[in-house]
Design a binder for this molecule. Structure first.
Ligand SMILES: C[S@@+](CC[C@H](N)C(=O)[O-])C[C@H]1O[C@@H](n2cnc3c(N)ncnc32)[C@H](O)[C@@H]1O
Length: 272
């Protein structure tokens, strides 16, 4: 495969700023471009399409924003739109890449969970387009997966993805706020896969788990407080709702922002 640098032939001081990586979601390429190269954005997009003939659109990725973690981006090459089907871990994910993020850094965590839910009732509190729920339904044999999503656009694709992966019998999509829609005392496993204000929903997560159930709690944590802050928050929430907890696992998923890491803490819940 040709290199971006060879296709674009920019002066050396610009060539060294060219992106070295990008994300491919189905037929859409997402690339971050430094501001110093913004006048070359369309040329970079065209060069990427030349490198990946099966792709049809390039988005300039400027990050994600807001409570729904929506991408900030613009089309810089291609005319085929931004809706696509991405395949991961044997599952299909229909999404509009300009409206829905898909974090590849979480792949290992999704694969890990997808195989450990046999016979369980699983609650996916921040389901998005079904990143966890679909993979669990396809690769384990859960009794039920309850997938709650607040954003209307993501909920639309969640339903679509349940259909195209043929897991309608297993995954129940719920549109709304998990603080209100989470059931109580039923889940063998609760996934809290959100980073911004996940701790605000900890009490709902703890109440949703049955005694002996497990919560996978995700948090964007300052590096210096890597496991300390999430564990303190879990213990405070458990105290508030009269449950006791055992910390049974902790992992760093990825670097999230300068000085901030994405961590997961696994917790077993008991009635006091
Ligand atoms: C981006 S996804 C998480 C990504 C996923 N865990 C992964 O593996 O990449 C987080 C989702 O939580 C949803 N969300 C945020 N607050 C919510 C709430 N209170 N109730 C339900 N869904 C919520 C957002 O709309 C978003 O779709």
């Amino acid at each position: 495969m040709e290199h971006l640098r060879d296709l674009l032939r920019l002066p050396p001081e610009e060539a060294k700023l060219l992106p070295r990586g990008w994300q491919i979601l189905g037929a859409v390429i997402l690339v971050s471009i430094p501001d110093a190269l913004k006048h070359h954005a369309n040329a970079i997009g065209d060069a990427l399409l030349a490198m990946y003939p099966r792709c049809s659109t390039v988005l300039w990725n400027r990050g994600v924003a807001g409570r729904f973690r929506e991408p900030i981006c613009e089309v810089i090459a291609g005319m085929s739109g931004t809706e696509t089907t991405h395949k991961e871990n044997g599952c299909y994910f229909r999404l509009d890449a300009s409206r829905i993020m898909f974090s590849q850094g979480n792949l290992a965590e999704r694969m890990r969970l997808s195989e450990m839910c046999d016979g369980e009732v699983v609650l996916d509190m921040f389901a998005g387009i079904g990143y966890f729920s679909i993979q669990i339904a396809v690769h384990s044999h859960p009794k039920k997966v309850i997938a709650i999503e607040l954003n209307q656009a993501a909920y639309h694709y969640l339903r679509e993805n349940i259909r195209i992966n043929r897991v309608e019998e297993v995954v129940l999509p719920v549109h709304g706020d998990c603080a209100i829609k989470s059931p109580e005392n039923v889940a063998d496993r609760v996934i809290m896969g959100y980073l911004d204000v996940t701790h605000e929903q900890l009490v709902s997560g703890l109440c949703a788990a049955r005694s002996g159930g497990i919560i996978h709690y995700h948090e964007g944590t300052p590096e210096a407080l890597r496991y300390q802050r999430p564990i303190r928050r879990i213990k405070d929430a458990a105290h508030e709702c009269g449950r006791s907890v055992d910390i049974i696992g902790q992992r760093t998923v990825k670097k999230y922002a300068p000085g901030v890491v994405h961590v997961v803490v696994d917790v077993k819940i008991y009635d006091e």
